[in-house]
Write a protein that binds this ligand. Structure first.
Ligand SMILES: *[C@@H]1O[C@H](CO)[C@@H](O)[C@H](O)[C@H]1NC(C)=O
Ligand SMILES: *[C@@H]1O[C@H](CO)[C@@H](O)[C@H](O)[C@H]1NC(C)=O
Ligand SMILES: *[C@@H]1O[C@H](CO)[C@@H](O)[C@H](O)[C@H]1NC(C)=O
Length: 658
C-alpha cells in the first residue's frame, strides 16, 4: 500500500509539474512582475529595519547663530573610543561647566550590559572640557561629585546616541530659582545621516535588479531579439549567450531535471539559500562598511544579521546530507564507501580551516574556526545518519496513519536520542562544570566592568571558555573576541570553541530533519507545513529559554557561546526562510534564485577565495577617505565580485566540490 500511495503521489507531482511548465511558458511576463513584487517587498522590509535604527532627535535644541559657544578655552580632551579605531565614528562634545564646584564625568556605552561606568575625569569649576566620543551606540553620561562611586550624589545623567561628526555643546548649570541642576545639550552643526551610503547602495542594487528584470521581460517578448536581427547581430549574440530558442540550460546538468525519470530534481532553493548565507558572510567578513551597529556581530548576548549566516550555513549543510546520501544510495554506493567519503570530506574541510585560520606562528596556532566547526558538525551528523539512512525505495515497516504522518521522525528515533543527549551534555557542562575562581554556570562576558571588585574578570564565557583553556590553552584559540572592546575582557575567547560544537551539531541535525522532510514527503504542501511546524516549535522553545529578551532568561541568545537558545532561534528562522525559498523557487518558479544561486553552487570556493583574497586589490585597498561611504563601496564591490566570479564559474560549469 505504501508503494502505491507513493507512486500516486509521484504521478500527481508530475502532473502539477507539467501544468506549471506550460503556464510558465505562457506567462513569463507575469512571473517577472511577481519577481519584481518580491524584490520590492524585500527592499521595503530592509528600509523599515534601517529606519527603525535612526535615533530620536526630539530632545536636541538646534544651534542659533546668536548663541556664543566658548570652545577656545577647553581644559582637556577626554576620549571615549570603542576602538573601532576610526575617526569617522566619533562626535565632539564640549562640556561647559557653570558650577563653582569640581564635578566628575562618567560614561558607558549602552551596549555594555550592567557595566560599571568609566570615570573619564574631573571637570573643573567654570571650565570647558572636550569629549571625543564613539557614535556606534548610545551612551550613558553621568556627572557627579564623587570620584569613587558613579551612582552617588548625581548632578545629572543622560542617555544619548550622539550623531556621527556632530559637534555638541553640553552645559552643566545650577538653576537657583528652581533649585536644581540642569544639563542642556545643543547640536551646533548639521551632520549628514550616517546611513545615506546604505540607502544609496540599496538604491543601486535595486536599480540593477529592476534593470535585469526589465531586460528579461523585453528579451522574452522578443523585441530585443527582433532589434538584434535588425542590426544583424543575432548570430554573435546567440553564439555567446544562447538565444531563447536555444537555451544553454537544457544541456546543463545543474538545471532542474524534467520529472521524466524517477531521479528527483535538484533543489535550487537550497543552493540559493546557501548562496545567500555565503554572500552575507563575505560582506560581513570584508567589514560591511564598518556599520558595526547594524552589520556587526553581537557584542555578547543578542542576535544581528551577521550572527545569522554561519548557523544558517550549518543548517543547510545538514539538509544537504540527506540529499547526497540519497543520491549515493540510488547509485548503489556501499555504506563503507560513503563513510570513507564522509571522513575524507571532514579531513579536507578541517585542513582548509586550519590553513585559513591558523596563521603562521606555530606557538599561537589557532585550532578552532569556521570550517573546522563545519567539518566537525558534518562528521558527527553524517556518521550518525549513515547508520540509519533509508533508501526511498525501501519498504516502510508499518502502514498506520499516524506513522505515515510522523515517519520523518519515527524512522530516526535513535538519532533523536543521541542528539538530545548531546544537547543535555552541553547544558550540563555549561551549568554544572566548576570553573576555578568563577561562579558555576556563568554565561556572561566577564571582564573588569561587570560584577563586584573584578571578581568576574577572567570568567569570560564561563565553562565554554574554561574547556578551551584546559584542552587547547589560550595560545591556540581566537584572541580577539567581540567582547574585547566594549567589556574590556582580558582573556581570549573563541566563538568557535569546543563546547559550542555540540550545539552546532544539533543545528546541523535540525537541518538534517528538513532534509528528511524533503525525502519522506512529496507534496510541497506537506513539506512546507512541516517546516512551519518546526519553525514554531524551535522558535517557542528558544523564546522560552531566553524569555523573549536580549539579556534575561535562563539561556540568553549568544553567538559567542552558541547557546541552546541561539541554535534554536537560528534554526527556527532557517526553517522559515527555507520554506520561503522553496516555495518561491522550486514550487512556484517565481524566482530563479539568482544571484545567490550561483554563489551557493560554489560556496566553499567563494568562502575560501574571499578569505584568501581579502587583502588584495580590488577586494580591498587602503581607504583614501576612511568614510563609511568608501568602505561600504569597497565591501559591496568585494561581495559583488565574488557573486560575479561564481556566476562565471557556473557558466563554465566549474564546481569546486569537497
Ligand atoms: C556620597 O558623596 C558625598 C559627597 O561627596 C560624600 O560625603 C558621601 O560620603 C558619599 N556617600 C557614599 C555612600 O559614598
Ligand atoms: C567640530 O569640531 C571639531 C573640533 O573642534 C572641528 O575640527 C570640526 O571642524 C568641527 N566640525 C564642524 C562641522 O563644525
Ligand atoms: C585574572 O588573570 C590575571 C592574569 O593571569 C591575574 O593577574 C588576575 O589576578 C586574575 N583575576 C582574578 C580576579 O582572578
Amino acid at each position: 500500500m505504501g508503494k502505491s500511495v507513493r507512486s500516486l503521489e509521484r504521478k500527481v507531482a508530475k502532473q502539477t509539474h507539467k501544468k506549471e511548465e506550460s503556464s510558465a511558458v505562457t506567462s513569463d511576463n507575469m512571473t517577472s512582475s511577481k519577481c519584481f513584487m518580491f524584490v520590492s517587498f524585500f527592499i521595503i522590509l530592509l528600509c523599515g529595519v534601517l529606519l527603525g535604527q535612526s535615533t530620536d532627535e526630539a530632545d536636541v535644541r538646534t544651534y542659533k547663530d546668536n548663541e556664543v559657544l566658548e570652545h577656545s578655552t577647553k581644559d582637556v580632551t577626554y576620549k571615549f573610543d570603542l576602538n573601532h579605531g576610526q575617526a569617522s565614528d566619533t562626535a565632539f562634545v564640549y562640556i561647559v561647566s557653570g558650577l563653582d564646584q569640581q564635578i566628575f564625568f562618567w560614561i558607558q556605552t549602552k551596549q555594555c550590559y550592567e557595566c560599571k561606568y568609566i570615570l573619564l575625569g574631573p571637570v573643573s569649576p567654570r571650565k570647558t572640557v572636550e569629549l571625543i566620543t564613539d557614535t556606534t551606540w548610545a551612551v550613558d553620561i553621568v556627572f557627579n561629585f564623587d570620584e569613587t562611586d558613579s551612582s552617588n550624589a548625581t548632578v545629572c545623567s543622560m542617555t544619548y546616541h550622539f550623531r556621527q561628526s556632530g559637534n555638541y555643546s553640553l552645559y552643566v548649570n545650577y538653576n537657583k530659582t528652581s533649585n536644581n541642576f540642569a544639563c542642556t545639550r545643543i547640536l551646533s552643526n548639521n551632520p549628514p545621516d550616517v546611513y545615506i551610503p546604505i540607502y544609496v547602495a540599496m538604491g543601486i542594487l535595486f536599480g540593477l535588479a529592476i534593470f535585469y528584470i526589465l531586460l528579461r521581460i523585453l528579451w522574452s517578448s522578443g523585441s530585443v531579439l527582433t532589434f538584434m536581427v535588425y542590426l544583424g547581430m543575432e548570430r554573435a549574440v546567440s553564439s555567446d549567450l544562447g538565444t531563447p530558442s536555444n537555451p544553454v540550460s537544457t544541456h546543463d546538468s545543474n538545471s532542474i531535471q524534467r520529472p521524466s525519470s524517477d531521479k528527483p530534481q535538484r533543489l535550487k532553493s537550497l543552493d540559493a539559500f546557501r548562496g545567500l548565507t555565503i554572500t552575507v558572510m563575505i560582506f560581513v567578513n570584508s567589514g560591511s562598511g564598518r556599520y558595526h551597529a547594524i552589520f556587526g556581530h553581537s557584542t555578547w548576548n543578542g542576535l544581528t544579521v551577521a550572527d545569522l549566516v554561519f548557523p544558517w550555513f550549518i543548517f543547510i549543510m545538514g539538509v544537504s546530507i540527506t540529499m547526497s546520501f540519497q543520491a549515493l544510495l540510488r547509485h548503489g554506493v556501499s555504506r563503507r564507501t560513503m563513510l570513507l567519503k564522509v571522513v575524507r570530506r571532514f579531513v579536507i574541510l578541517f585542513g582548509l580551516g586550519l590553513i585559513l585560520d591558523g596563521g603562521t606562528n606555530l606557538s599561537k596556532f589557532r585550532v578552532p574556526g569556521v570550517l573546522q566547526r563545519i567539518a566537525a558538525s558534518y562528521l558527527v551528523v553524517a556518521v550518525i545518519h549513515l547508520a540509519s539512512v533509508k533508501h526511498r525505495g525501501e519498504e516502510y515497516r508499518v502502514q498506520n496513519r499516524l506513522y505515515c504522518e510522523l515517519r520523518d521522525i519515527l524512522d530516526y528515533w535513535y538519532e533523536w536520542i543521541i542528539m538530545l543527549g548531546l544537547l543535555a551534555l552541553h547544558i550540563c557542562l555549561t551549568f554544572l562544570l566548576p570553573v576555578p575562581g568563577c561562579p558555576t554556570g556563568y554565561l556572561g562576558p566577564g571582564g573588569p566592568l561587570v560584577g563586584e571588585d573584578n571578581s568576574l574578570e577572567n570568567c569570560t564565557g564561563g565553562a565554554a571558555n574554561y574547556i578551551d583553556k584546559v584542552i587547547l590553552t589560550y595560545d591556540h584559540v581566537y584572541a580577539h573576541g567581540t567582547a574585547r572592546v566594549v567589556y574590556q575582557t582580558v582573556v581570549a575567547h573563541d566563538p568557535e570553541g569546543i563546547l559550542g560544537t555540540l550545539t552546532s551539531i544539533f543545528l546541523a541535525f535540525l537541518g538534517l530533519q528538513a532534509g528528511k522532510i524533503f525525502h519522506s514527503f512529496s507534496y510541497p504542501r506537506d513539506r512546507i507545513l512541516r517546516f512551519f511546524s518546526w519553525c514554531i516549535v524551535t522558535g517557542l522553545i528558544a523564546g522560552a529559554l531566553c524569555n523573549f529578551s536580549k539579556e534575561d532568561g535562563v539561556i540568553p541568545v549568544n553567538k559567542n557561546l552558541w547557546s541552546v537558545s541561539f541554535v534554536l532561534t537560528t534554526g527556527s528562522m532557517a526553517y522559515l526562510l527555507l520554506s520561503l525559498f522553496y516555495y518561491l523557487i522550486d514550487v512556484q518558479h517565481w524566482w530563479t534564485g539568482a544571484p545567490f544561486f550561483f554563489v551557493g553552487m560554489n560556496s566553499i570556493a567563494a568562502y575560501c577565495g574571499s578569505e584568501v583574497m581579502a587583502s588584495y586589490f580590488p577586494f580591498t585597498w587602503d581607504p583614501v577617505y576612511g568614510t563609511h561611504a568608501e568602505l561600504l563601496a569597497m565591501d559591496v564591490l568585494a561581495t559583488s565580485l565574488w557573486v560575479l566570479i561564481t556566476y562565471y564559474m557556473y557558466t563554465i560549469k566549474f564546481f569546486v566540490k569537497v
